[in-house]
Ligand binder design. Structure first.
Ligand code: NAI
Ligand code: MG
Length: 386
């Protein structure tokens, strides 16, 4: 096996708690790698005026593979106020290091698989034939749908003074659209799915959603065995609540995909289970979907669920052709979830905080230990990990 060098970017808050857990699991499946620590996040912003320092970009450019925890970001005013005094008023502007990283390395493809582990008490519940399960009431009201479908002409804003108008621009390029849609079809092909759904809003967001859909139709021609379905983002969210099992691979542009992937993740356990990979032609960075959860960052022992980070590390293994190891990790997680003996606070629907452990929740370390035990090669914890 080639020995990889992985750029490890724990970042802020609970990123520092979950990333080391993923490394323990990677070691347990025999994945050999060198890990190089790289700085990213709020402290870099405060001390250097740049949340993604050039040295981190250089490391990613050299080693091509990154594992990332999470970062903290704050609104502009707070960001300026927290800059160290000698940097204030010097024109530093806060940019999201994740967005910068994606743009720098063309990490256009963001994969966010949602796995419903059997026995996960957080899984979406379907009514059984015998009516033993309650079905959640989730159909959104008609007026919500109607609001989404309305479209006012820009002329109507002509008399509004400049400072009172805000506009966001959405840019889609054909080559990036092609790469994203092709990745979705490849994913479906590899896993034997019957279809790919392109989810956009071409009837309202005509230009950009239109190009996404047009590109999808074009790419679909290369995959005769796989159907292309098309949904609008608003209707898709309703169907996702009503009959999520009808969908498997959904491809979407950035904002809609962000919304959709969180909504889908909610059906299979939420942020503690939501993994992702940002994949470019050259560089790839794998991260849990969740952020730095500052309110839990100081808790000792840590209580957050490491599964999202560990599943992200498994996606990294898939990406570099170590699918066997990735499969072993997912199987171990599946066994722990199904057994139901070790559950972090989120899996027990507790509200979190320092009391969670005394209420029976497993700590972050204990969850990883349980996964390692299923892998059959328990790893000794280092003193630093407590
Ligand atoms: P968050 O994802 O950090 O946390 C929201 C809530 O979700 C937490 O309070 C906790 O209840 C739960 N949660 C998150 N991760 C969990 C885990 N592994 N196990 C169990 N429960 C978990 O989002 P929030 O609070 O909106 O943002 C906090 C900071 O993170 C902000 O500064 C935000 O900008 C940043 N952020 C960073 C992201 C990234 O690095 N990719 C993504 C989202 C937010
Ligand atoms: Mg999101």
């Amino acid at each position: 096996m080639t020995k990889h060098t992985i750029v490890a970017m724990p970042g802020d808050g609970i990123g520092n708690q979950v990333l080391p857990e993923a490394l323990r699991v990677l070691a347990a499946v025999g994945f050999e790698a060198d890990y190089i620590h790289a700085d990213i996040g709020w402290e870099c912003w405060r001390n250097e005026g740049n949340a993604l320092p050039q040295r981190t970009i250089d490391l990613l450019a050299r080693h091509k593979l990154g594992l990332f925890g999470a970062i903290t970001s704050k609104p502009n005013k707070e960001a300026q106020a927290e800059l160290k005094p000698e940097l204030r008023g010097k024109g530093y502007v806060y940019y999201s290091p994740i967005v910068t990283m994606r743009q720098k390395f063309n990490l256009d493809i963001c994969m966010r698989p949602c796995i419903g582990f059997k026995g996960n008490p957080l899984n979406y519940i379907r009514k059984k034939a015998g009516g033993t399960f309650d079905e959640p009431q989730t159909n959104p009201p008609e007026n919500v749908r109607a609001a989404l479908a309305s479209h006012a002409k820009f002329k109507a804003f002509a008399s509004v003074p400049g400072p009172d108008v805000a506009v966001s621009v959405r840019v889609i390029t054909r080559p990036a659209a092609r790469r994203i849609v092709s990745a979705a079809f490849e994913y479906a092909k590899k896993r034997g799915f019957r279809g790919v759904t392109i989810c956009e809003k071409p009837n309202v967001v005509r230009e950009t959603s239109g190009m996404m859909e047009e590109t999808a139709k074009e790419v679909a021609k290369n995959y005769p065995g796989i159907a292309l379905w098309s949904t609008n983002i608003d209707a898709q969210l309703m169907w996702l609540n009503k009959n999520p099992e009808d969908y498997n691979v959904i491809v979407s542009s950035n904002l809609f995909g962000d919304i959709l992937s969180d909504a889908f993740a909610g059906l299979v356990g939420g942020l503690g289970f939501a993994a992702s990979g940002n994949i470019g032609e050259d560089v790839a960075v794998f991260e849990p979907t969740h952020g730095s959860a500052p309110k839990y960052a100081e808790l000792n022992p840590p209580i957050v669920n490491p599964i999202a980070m560990i599943l992200s590390a498994a996606m990294m293994l898939d990406h570099i052709g170590e699918g066997m190891m990735a499969g072993r990790i997912r199987k171990a997680i599946s066994a722990v979830v199904q057994e139901g003996k070790v559950r972090t606070y989120d899996m027990m629907r507790l509200s979190g905080g320092p009391k969670a452990i005394s209420q029976g929740a497993a700590s972050t370390n204990q969850m990883t230990d349980a996964i390692l035990e299923k892998l059959g090669r328990p790893q000794a914890r280092t003193a630093a990990e407590g």
